[in-house]
Design a protein around this ligand. Structure first.
Ligand SMILES: *Cc1c(COP(=O)(O)O)cnc(C)c1O
Length: 402
């Protein structure tokens, strides 16, 4: 009855590789881009302001500023928060490197707090234990799309007067205690890379309710230059502009924003599809005692950028075998993420293994399964069949050999 694994010469569950994530682009999206290409503005035009207004309205924030990518947006947020030389910023190691690199760009020092073993999100108690007089900000990541524990995180931030920059690259459309992600932190970043919920090719946004942050973000995006009459600038001639600090060219084009405007209209159905597929995965995998399914905190409503299983019991030491076997079945599994502090660049700067034992342990046992709205229910069934096929094989065969 047991099927032979593809990695051992059997037939793979599917014929072609199913990637772990992929954009959904339709004719409406393509037409929106074409219309912009034919218009007067292909950058810094009306599609940008429409995109910023729509993102802000969607999440319930006062302001949004679009950037060339999410990493640039995080860099800008660190600038607006006043991060500079010697300042410490607390973030999670279980994330993409950009969440910590933005602190280095600003001359600050990333400090890694450990994660909660159940949600994999940054642990507020670990944050509290790492605050020093040099700490200026916290960058929590809404890992896989589940909002971090913001009641606790905000309490630490309030106590020590820290800025909260929420890395919500995974979490547009998610909710925390009935509020949309983007509505409550000092600044929140969304990414529009093609694997994320909606895409602009490359792109990012910071949303905020704070006018002062907004003004800084706008100028940081364009070389630190302002053309505003009155306000900051003493304008003597109509052609004058004033560079007030060293900013960057981090602008998004109207071509990207046009795609973003069209994609944003489909965000809710995209998130709904992800939630539907996660239900199917959960129902299939909660019966397997060698697989731990993602846990949701009460009050946190994930928008599911990623679906991560953790291998348990006899499968614990067999992540590489299970990973290779699933790839051989043509399931494009992945691993998110190698803890940032264990990257060679960080190791060379004194960050050591053992700094965040929970994150390091979880990393050894996790695998991300394919999840994106353009998957079909047949694709979902293929993933389920392959996971059951592979985990039951390795689960049984290792028990036999012990
Ligand atoms: C994708 C991602 C980023 C960076 O976004 P880009 O748009 O690719 O620059 C930052 N943080 C996390 C957690 C991400 O997943």
């Amino acid at each position: 009855m047991e099927e032979k694994l593809a990695i051992l010469g059997g037939n793979p569950v599917r014929k072609s590789l199913l990637p772990y994530g992929k954009q959904s682009i339709d004719d409406q999206d393509i037409q929106a881009v074409i219309d912009t290409l034919r218009s007067d503005f292909i950058t810094t035009g009306p599609a940008i302001s429409e995109f910023e207004k729509s993102v802000a309205a969607y999440v319930g924030a006062a302001y949004a500023v679009a950037f060339s990518n999410g990493t640039a947006a995080l860099h800008a947020a660190c600038f607006a928060a006043g991060i500079g030389r010697g300042d410490e910023v607390i973030t999670t190691p279980l994330t993409f490197v950009a969440s910590a690199n933005c602190v280095l760009y600003s001359g600050g020092k990333p400090v890694f707090a450990d994660v909660d073993p159940v949600t994999y999100n940054i642990d507020p108690r670990s944050i509290a234990s790492l605050v020093t007089p040099k700490t200026k900000a916290i960058i929590p990541v809404d890992f896989t799309g589940q909002p971090a524990d913001y009641d606790q995180i905000q309490a630490v931030a309030d106590k020590h007067n820290l800025v909260v920059i929420e890395d919500a690259a995974h979490a547009i459309g998610a909710e925390y205690k009935g509020k949309k992600v983007g509505a409550f932190s000092d600044m929140t970043m969304f990414s529009f890379h093609p694997v994320k919920h909606i895409t602009t090719g490359e792109g990012g946004v910071i949303v905020t309710n704070n006018r002062d942050y907004y003004d800084k973000l706008i100028m940081f995006r364009t070389h630190g230059i302002t053309r505003e009459p009155g306000g900051l600038l003493e304008k003597r001639h109509p052609w004058e502009y004033e560079m007030q600090f060293l900013g960057y060219n981090y602008r998004m084009t109207d071509i990207q924003a046009a795609l973003g405007n069209s994609q944003l209209r489909k965000l809710d159905p995209f998130v709904e599809k992800r939630r539907e597929y996660v239900k199917a995965y959960n129902a299939a995998f909660e019966k397997l005692d060698q697989v731990i399914i993602p846990a949701q905190l009460a009050g946190a409503d994930s928008s599911y950028h990623l679906y991560i299983i953790q291998l348990a019991g006899p499968l614990k030491g067999l992540r590489r075998e299970v990973f290779d076997a699933l790839r051989a079945e043509n399931i494009g599994v992945n691993v998110h993420y190698m803890p940032v502090h264990t990257q060679p660049y960080y190791k060379d700067r004194g960050y050591t293994r053992g700094l965040c034992p929970v994150a390091e342990r979880i990393y050894e046992h996790i695998i991300s399964l394919p999840l994106f709205p353009a998957m079909t229910t047949d694709d979902v069934s293929d993933v389920i069949r392959a996971v059951i096929k592979v985990t039951s094989y390795y689960g049984m065969n290792t028990e036999d050999s012990r």
